[in-house]
Design a protein around this ligand. Structure first.
Ligand code: ZN
Length: 130
């Protein structure tokens, strides 16, 4: 692996944008193989080529700025996914209700019977079965 270290000296390497480009490449590549359309293969190769270009690029400042812009764009999707994924993990122990007046989502423990829930945002109280 010493040869790889020597090649990578002064080059940018892998970041989140490179990984995202690989993830974009995979379904296009699979689709191109399954339906056997040549131009789709060319489209599939574009993100892969950009990914390799970025990994071996020596313009580290520019690649870092591209990655920063990508992360700013990606953050809302990531936080939405994390929020919903943690809710799926939590579904065994908690229930989620929506406040009738302000639509705030409220998390309460499961298996407590009928409970009076106080909305943390607007202090409205409502009764729900957990
Ligand atoms: Zn409320």
């Amino acid at each position: 692996m010493n040869w790889l270290k020597k090649i990578m000296i002064g080059r940018y390497g892998i970041d989140q944008l490179s990984i995202a480009l690989l993830i974009v490449y995979l379904p296009f590549s699979l689709a191109a193989e399954v339906i056997r359309v040549n131009w789709l293969n060319l489209i599939a190769l574009a993100p892969l080529a950009i990914c390799y270009f970025r990994i071996f690029s020596r313009n580290i400042v520019k690649r870092r700025e591209e990655n920063r812009k990508f992360l700013v764009w990606w953050y809302p999707f990531k936080s939405w996914f994390n929020r919903n994924f943690s809710r799926i993990k939590d579904i065994k122990d908690h229930r989620y209700f929506q406040c009738p007046s302000c639509k705030q989502k409220v998390r309460v423990p499961k298996g407590k019977g009928n409970i009076r829930i106080t909305c943390p945002k607007c202090r409205t109280q409502f009764v729900k079965r957990t």
